[in-house]
Design a protein around this ligand. Structure first.
Ligand code: NAP
Length: 161
């Protein structure tokens, strides 16, 4: 990838699922530091420290699973609903706006056009510092999917084609 970048074939290199230990190793040993690193990031697993470390290297955090893929009753979360009520916005819009205000790149996924429209309609309001602080309390610091540091998880990924 670095060779392709140096030959002008790529404008940037992006990586995925490099959590702090692996990310520091990678970024310290590459000539071209990744422009983005896509990791699981949502209200329940906020990646505050991981983001700080990426920014030390000039890498932008990108969220996969910005809606937690609906896990942990995300779509009916009472705190996000209450905050959304103040602004006339949905739970989804509050969660996406919160990521944007933190400087996280987001790629929410939907197969429905109406939802895609809703998901991009987040640039006409601003969450207050109090809202941001309240949402920070939802962090569990744990994945809702898998532990990338677990040997069995690594084996599972090695088996993916
Ligand atoms: N790098 C990685 O390891 C990795 C891992 C996972 C995902 N990803 C990528 O991350 C991106 C994000 O997708 P994700 O699958 O992680 O999930 P996500 O964006 O957190 O959630 C997607 C789910 O939310 C629903 N949804 C979306 N907008 C909605 C709305 N406004 N109201 C209600 N429901 C809504 C979707 O249903 P409908 O489709 O029915 O609307 C879908 O079930 C994708 O591009 C995916 O490829 C990357």
């Amino acid at each position: 990838m670095e060779e392709a970048y140096q030959e002008g074939k790529l404008r940037a290199i992006g990586v995925s699922n490099f959590y702090p230990d692996h990310f520091i190793d990678l970024a310290s040993n590459m000539d071209i530091v990744p422009a983005v690193n896509q990791v699981e990031t949502h209200v329940f697993d906020q990646q505050i420290e991981a983001q700080r470390i990426m920014e030390e290297f000039g890498t932008r955090i990108m969220s996969w699973g910005p809606l937690a893929e609906g896990r942990n009753n995300f779509f009916t979360n009472p705190l996000l609903a209450e905050i959304g009520h103040k602004y006339g916005k949905s739970v989804v819009q509050v969660a996406l706006r919160w990521l944007i205000q933190r400087g996280v790149v987001i790629i929410p996924k939907s197969t429905h056009v109406e939802r895609m429209r809703q998901n991009i309609d987040i640039f006409d309001f601003t969450l207050s510092d109090e809202d941001m602080a309240a949402i920070a309390t939802l962090d569990t610091g744990k994945s809702l999917f898998f532990d990338h540091h677990d040997a069995e998880t690594a084996r599972m990924f090695m088996g993916w084609k």
